[in-house]
Ligand binder design. Structure first.
Ligand code: FE
Length: 347
């Protein structure tokens, strides 16, 4: 009998501590595929005592998993690396509107989902990346590729390397172009890109940069942070690659270079919404914002953050003009863009 009582007491203590441990664990589903983020998570745990349990997948995988799990999903925070995917998660009802004076004050409205009538935003961007152009200095002049429009110019026939049209980074670029040029001109432009390809799309952005350095193509499209990684590398082969490459931030004389975001949301069925908001607010702190720049070569979204990553300054020649359309519109254009890609045969 006594033994039984003791066991019960132990069981009660165990279950009580299990509950408090569960409260202090934050479940994050993340598409951020960057090893330098590890420091962000450990610092958050150090500051708050909240442990992080992370599931890594790509944007599409995370959205599919959330849908499949429904109300049983353990996810608290969702981190995605593309504006259109964040928008998709929003319209599929996978996030809960989040009210935070801290985030409202820190994050420009250009980089947020549309606020609901009661003032909550479905998602926030925490860092930006530019979709830029690199070219072979030996065969291409900067003025041949200093706009997105020029990439489709017949003068650049057979020179372009670009990853699959259906990849979120390209879908979002094309969605932005549609916002700037209109639907009809965008389809003509996409056909021009297909006509100018040096090869059928394959690989990621870094593969496109390497293909220029290897002479397989003369022009490539890449997210800025992949190029910054190569710029910061000490390897001789990377230094040789950079000697050969010119860099363009397109459309400096018109609407500016296309920006995408990486951002976050609170999951619809979050069991720890308070800690989820705490984590997202942490991502907007000056230290975390500087880490996006210094660790993963992204630009902070908050103003007046100081960081020491020189590659970001060097690559843009000390700064650049970026487009100012709300990133949410990129998502709204995706279905039409995908249809155009099918029509022009952009795989
Ligand atoms: Fe990426």
């Amino acid at each position: 009998m006594i033994v039984r009582k003791v066991n019960l007491a132990v069981a009660l203590v165990l279950s009580a501590s299990a509950v408090s441990a569960a409260e202090q664990t934050l479940n994050i589903y993340s598409a951020r595929h960057y090893p330098t983020d590890e420091a962000l998570y450990t610092t958050f745990t150090k500051i708050t005592g909240i442990r992080i349990s992370r599931v890594d997948s790509d944007d599409a995988g995370i959205l599919a998993r959330l849908k499949a799990e429904g109300g049983a999903s353990p996810a608290d925070v969702i981190l995605l690396v593309d504006a259109a995917r964040l928008w998709k998660g929003e319209i599929e009802g996978l996030f809960q509107p989040l009210k935070s004076k801290t985030l409202d004050a820190a994050i420009p409205s250009q980089f947020r989902g549309k606020a609901s009538p009661d003032g909550g935003s479905p998602w926030f961007g925490f860092s930006t990346r530019a979709r830029i152009v690199v070219y072979d200095k030996a065969t291409v002049k900067k003025s041949d590729v200093d706009t997105y429009e020029a990439l489709a110019d017949p003068a650049n026939k057979g020179k372009l390397c670009i990853r699959s049209g259906s990849h979120p980074y390209n879908l979002s670029l094309f969605g932005a172009i549609m916002e700037h040029l209109g639907e009809a001109k965008t389809q003509v432009w996409l056909k021009g890109l297909v006509d100018n390809m040096a090869r059928t799309p394959k690989g990621g952005d870094t593969d496109q940069i390497k293909a220029v350095a290897a002479g397989e193509c003369a022009i490539a499209v890449t997210n800025s942070y992949y190029l910054a990684r190569i710029m910061r590398s000490d390897k001789a082969e990377d230094k040789a690659m950079m000697n050969r490459l010119g860099i363009v931030f397109p459309n400096q004389s018109s609407w500016g270079t296309h920006l995408n975001i990486a951002g976050g949301a609170v999951a619809r069925h979050a069991k720890n919404p308070t800690n989820a908001i705490k984590f997202l607010e942490y991502l907007a702190t000056p230290a975390a914002q500087a880490h996006f720049a210094d660790g993963n070569n992204e630009w902070p979204v908050t103003k007046s953050v100081t960081f020491s990553n020189e590659a970001l300054q060097t690559m843009s020649g000390g700064g650049f003009k970026s487009e100012t359309i709300p990133v949410a519109v990129i998502g709204m254009n995706q279905i039409k863009v995908q249809q155009m890609l099918d029509r022009v045969g952009f795989r």
